[in-house]
Ligand binder design. Structure first.
Ligand code: PRP
Length: 185
């Protein structure tokens, strides 16, 4: 729990409407996800690929909760710009350096909103010939009409609100908040 004054200090005075997922709730669910993922991948090489920037905090907690060997890499895409709704287009700015061929790939997303980002990335990653491809999303709004691949691992179903914190931003602000919240408009 955080005092209101501490939250305002972190946000620079911007008021939080509601904390959707608090620090303790997130930590407990991430630990469970780590166990689910560990159990799922019994053998083979596992590469955990985080989609930047939104997944950076989730990734750092999640990989420490996966109790089997794996490697880590990242992808950079951009879809939102500075607005609060999806623009529908995805730009790929960085591809993983590591080969994906023949390895189990676990793509890690902070949030599935319209599904545009994931659909584009799933097509691209499948072309690299992975042994398997699965998605782990911390938040899933369940609004996407058609996903190329449903996330196998989901932290929480998320409300249809614009959420910030724990990696999620609004115009690059608020990623550092240690909880996930909606902002007062
Ligand atoms: C956000 C978020 C997801 C994506 C979800 O990324 O982190 O990757 O949008 O939206 P969609 O399901 O409608 O495609 P953004 O492009 O804002 O970049 P960021 O990760 O750097 O914040």
């Amino acid at each position: 729990m955080f005092a209101e004054s501490e939250i305002l200090s972190r946000t620079g005075g911007r008021e939080v409407a509601e904390i959707a997922f608090d620090t303790e709730t997130i930590a407990a669910r991430v630990a469970e996800l780590g166990r689910e993922i560990t159990h799922h991948y019994r053998e083979g090489e596992l590469l955990v690929v985080g989609l930047l920037k939104g997944s950076f905090i989730f990734m750092s907690d999640l990989v420490r909760a996966i109790l089997r060997p794996h490697q880590v890499d990242f992808l950079v895409a951009a879809s939102y710009g500075h607005g609060t709704t999806s623009s529908g287009s995805v730009r790929l700015l960085y591809d993983p350096e590591t080969s994906l061929t023949g390895r189990h790939i676990l793509l890690v997303e902070d949030i599935v909103d319209s599904g545009t980002t994931l659909n584009r990335l799933v097509r691209l990653l499948r072309e690299r010939g992975p042994r398997s491809l699965e998605i782990c999303a911390l938040l899933h709004k369940r609004l996407a009409p058609q996903l190329e691949l449903e996330p196998r691992f989901v932290g929480f179903d998320a409300p249809a609100l614009f959420l910030v914190g724990y990696g999620l931003d609004h115009a690059e602000d608020f990623r550092h908040l240690p909880f996930i919240a909606s902002l007062k408009v």
